[in-house]
Design a protein around this ligand. Structure first.
Ligand code: MN
Length: 192
């Protein structure tokens, strides 16, 4: 049977300071994200979904199993988008798509932050591609993930308050704008 294990982060807990503090990493990854994995493993212990991959569970389950599977997936994806030496701009292939669909990298960033800021309550703001390579900004509430729309996720910012409240208090837009400084665009480009 499956037992999903939370992977180690590819950087130390203080690597992303001051954009994301050590305290936030320890709480958000070490406690919140770990809980989603623990809850999912309990929920699927006696369930027919237990031999499916995490992606398959997200696309087939609903209720608490979907919520915990998607939250586990989303957080690993989010935390693996960052690097100590992050920032800058996307590589040529993704940069071309961003210019084609959003006009410029700056306009894409502004629209991404605006749509993330406008999500009411908890959720995730996503950049995703379809099977033809067109890219979209996709706002989702709660544990939502564009995999369920048949899209391939490229980038996501967590807009749950637990992601930013310790470091940015209620200033969600400040947190979202700061994240551009730690994005590992090589990782995002590889997903594209
Ligand atoms: Mn979170």
């Amino acid at each position: 049977m499956n037992n999903f294990i939370i992977p180690s982060l590819p950087y130390s807990a203080d690597a992303l300071e001051p954009v994301i503090s050590r305290q936030t990493i320890e709480l958000h990854y070490g406690a919140h994200t770990k809980s989603y994995f623990d809850n999912l493993n309990k929920l699927i212990a006696d369930y027919k979904l237990q031999n499916l991959s995490l992606d398959e569970i997200i696309c087939n389950a609903d209720g608490p199993i979907f919520n915990n599977a998607a939250q586990a997936w989303n957080h690993v994806f989010y935390f693996n988008s960052f690097s100590l030496n992050g920032g800058g701009s996307p590589g040529p292939k993704l940069n071309k798509a961003i210019k084609q669909y959003f006009g410029s990298f700056d306009r894409f960033k502004a629209e991404f932050v605006e749509k993330g800021t406008k999500i009411f309550g908890s959720g995730w703001i996503w950049l995703a591609r379809d099977f033809e390579g067109q890219i979209f900004i996709v706002p989702k509430t709660n544990a939502g993930n564009p995999l369920t729309d048949g899209l391939t996720p490229l980038l996501t910012f967590d807009v749950w308050e637990h992601a930013y409240y310790l470091d940015y208090k209620n200033k969600r837009a400040d947190y979202l704008n700061a994240l551009w400084n730690i994005i590992d665009w090589k990782v995002i480009e590889d997903r594209y």
